[in-house]
Design a protein around this ligand. Structure first.
Ligand SMILES: Cc1cc2nc3c(=O)[nH]c(=O)nc-3n(C[C@H](O)[C@H](O)[C@H](O)COP(=O)(O)OP(=O)(O)OC[C@H]3O[C@@H](n4cnc5c(N)ncnc54)[C@H](O)[C@@H]3O)c2cc1C
Length: 388
């Protein structure tokens, strides 16, 4: 099942495939049995390799020492990395284009470029107990001498345990922009940041998602990203990229699931017949291939639309369509493949079992499926089918 990709994209695809298959996948079971954690030397090696392969520099402009890859090349990489369970592919940090639009020169040097070099690690603190699908932020940033005081509680701050700074969204509480949002770089060791609790989640990842309390956390004015009131603009730009790359990872996961399910069905005999000869099993695989084919076409076309420079509103809707379709497809495929494996599919050592738990959140984070449907419906209502 090949999409016509040019030689450069195929080269990136092969690099990422090799890294996923040779370096990451062999460590999945160890991670699953050890709360997601790998031996330090192995984790370090993965990070170093990913950086050397250029994965951390994909979205960084060439003028700043990055690779400035097209979105289609980046999708090809993230699709292959999506074949891996236990978030082992999150072994590197990646600056994103929106950061170069939003950040000052000083911020780029202090926070953004060190991500590419593996010297720093970020995490995002947007969601709150009352703010998820509706991004209505209650955490406040009160102007004070030299900067702001942050107060509030953030939920689900992925990778906080591994990060050394946060990108935090807060509501400006006074002045001409009172009530609007802004993003801030917040160093993790700033006094006033407290881990309220670290809940357990369905997946087995080394990246925790704690709830954090901010009490009078001082952030210098130079750590505000862009102007007061620009928080949501940058958050939307970041959503577009994340949604597209989630879709890419779901395509990779789906492909691996189909391949593993097929291999098992060809081997396994039930009632004197290979499982693959049973038509109900064939139907499950046929539906999976058909849905994956559509997901890949939607995802690659959304990436190419960005590379063609299509208008932002159209890109926004396309990224939602890609994420919605690919994440729902991957969930269905994981479920079918688990079923094909029978009892073996319920064992944690089976990648279908792990994917079933891990992929589930792709229908929730970065905007749940219902929210993606709202984005798509609004675009349709405003601009009609042709205008989308
Ligand atoms: C493992 C994990 C990691 C995360 N990491 C981060 C992170 O690093 N940083 C961060 O800021 N956030 C993070 N999140 C938060 C995530 O983005 C939110 O969970 C997500 O946006 C949904 O918000 P919510 O959980 O508040 O659901 P709610 O907003 O409470 O929604 C509940 C349900 O209602 C549905 N719904 C909402 N509106 C409508 C509607 N109009 N019509 C029909 N249904 C609707 C939703 O789709 C959802 O199914 C993470 C979440 C998880 C689970």
């Amino acid at each position: 099942m090949k999409i016509a990709l040019d030689a450069t994209t195929l080269e990136w695809q092969q690099k990422a495939r090799h890294f996923a298959e040779q370096e990451l996948i062999p460590h999945e079971l160890y991670a699953e049995m050890h709360e997601g954690r790998l031996p330090e030397g192995v984790a370090k090696h993965h990070k170093q390799m990913a950086i050397e392969l250029g994965f951390s520099a994909m979205d960084v402009p060439q003028s700043l020492g990055g690779l400035g890859l097209r979105q289609v090349d980046q999708v090809a990489v993230w699709e292959q990395l999506g074949r891996v369970t236990n978030a082992l592919c999150w072994c590197f940090s990646e600056p994103m284009q929106w950061m170069f639009e939003a950040c000052s020169e000083g911020q780029v040097q202090k926070y953004v470029l060190p991500l590419m070099r593996g010297k720093r690690k970020e995490c995002y603190a947007i969601t709150e107990s009352e703010s998820g699908s509706d991004v209505v932020i209650d955490t406040t940033a009160e102007a004070c001498e030299g900067g702001y005081r942050i107060n509030g509680v953030k939920w689900f701050v992925t990778s906080f345990n591994l990060a050394d700074f946060l990108i935090l969204q807060a509501q400006i509480s006074s002045g001409p922009h009172a009530g609007s949002d802004a993003l801030f770089f917040v160093d993790r060791d700033t006094p006033g940041i407290e881990v309220v609790r670290t809940p357990l989640f369905s997946h087995t990842f080394d990246h925790h998602h704690p709830e954090l309390k901010f009490s009078d956390v001082f952030v210098p004015a130079e750590n505000r990203i862009g102007a007061e009131g620009e928080g949501m603009r940058f958050t939307h730009s970041w959503f577009r990229r994340e949604r597209l790359m989630i879709a890419a990872r779901d395509c990779g996961a789906s492909a691996r699931l189909i391949e593993e399910g097929l291999a098992f069905a060809k081997e396994r005999e039930v009632s004197g017949e290979k499982l693959i000869d049973k038509q109900m099993i064939q139907a499950m695989l046929a539906d999976s291939v058909t849905e994956l084919w559509a997901a890949r076409l939607i995802t690659y076309e959304a990436a190419e639309a960005q590379d063609r420079g299509e208008n932002l509103k159209s890109q926004h809707a396309r990224c939602s369509i890609a994420k919605l379709h690919a994440s729902e497809t991957a969930s269905r495929i994981a479920d079918r493949v688990q079923q094909i494996f029978g009892g073996r599919g319920y064992m944690r050592e089976n990648c279908a079992e792990r994917f079933s738990r891990e992929i589930r959140v792709d229908r929730i984070w970065e905007g749940a499926s219902e929210v993606q449907r709202l984005v798509i419906a609004r675009a349709l209502i405003k601009r009609g089918l042709e205008g989308m």
